[in-house]
Ligand binder design. Structure first.
Ligand code: CA
Length: 229
């Protein structure tokens, strides 16, 4: 059964939560301050954390930020007080997954807990096939097609395309592209990137000299234009 860490300094609320969650079959541990919460979450694996905002030692936002900075991806539901509207948003920006406003209904909270636990249990969606214009790239099969005909893409070109398709609309520097396609260990002149981008354009662009997808950003690098214009 899922293990839940409750971080709440008001004894009545903490006890109520503990009872509700245990009744649902969850394993529960409760702590009453932020510093202890960080320590426990680092020591042991919990499946979910219920995190109050106003806490002694360290507030809930700080706790959340520190755990995320550690790379901890445990789902976090913030328990906020009424009137903490801005705080709510802030909580989500800090890497919290959801929030409930006190006083919350146990039923609502349980529904959100279940939803988050379900989501956490699913493997992240693995997008393997991308389409832009008349081009389709399948990273599962390492196959590219344009207008239904195969494009002879090299392994390096697949890597470059993958980097672009993961960050549509963002500028990628030549350095970032070198890292993505050649690896950080390899030291090459970044002009090599331009050569391969030009080759790639010939394969995926209708008019390689006026690229629609792989757009140059002067002095910086390249951007993948995802929107169909
Ligand atoms: Ca509190």
């Amino acid at each position: 059964m899922a293990r839940i860490l409750i971080v709440e300094d008001e004894p009545a609320i903490a006890l109520g939560l503990e009872d509700d969650l245990k009744l649902e079959g969850y394993q529960v541990e409760a702590v009453t301050d932020g510093a202890r919460a960080v320590a426990r979450a680092r020591q042991e694996r919990f499946d979910l954390i219920l995190l109050d905002v106003l806490l002694p030692e360290k507030d809930g936002f700080t706790v959340c930020r520190e755990l995320r900075a550690d790379g901890l991806r445990t789902p976090v539901i913030m328990l906020t007080a009424k009137g903490q509207e801005i705080d709510k948003v802030l909580g989500l920006e800090l890497g919290a997954d959801d929030y409930v406003t006190k006083p919350f209904s146990p039923r609502e909270l349980l529904a959100r807990i279940r939803a988050l636990l379900r989501r956490a249990a699913e493997p992240p969606p693995l997008v393997q096939t991308y389409q832009f214009g008349d081009v389709t790239v399948d990273f599962g099969k390492f196959e590219g097609t344009r207008k239904g005909r195969k494009i002879p893409l090299t392994a390096l070109e697949f890597k470059l395309l993958h980097a672009f398709l993961q960050h549509p609309g963002q500028v990628l520097t030549r350095d970032q592209l070198l890292d993505a396609a050649w690896g950080p260990e390899v030291h090459l002149t970044d002009r090599i990137v331009d050569v391969h981008i030009n080759n790639l354009r010939k394969k995926i662009e209708a008019n390689p000299s006026k690229p629609r997808f792989l757009v140059s950003v002067r002095g910086i690098g390249y951007r993948f234009e995802s929107s169909d214009k």
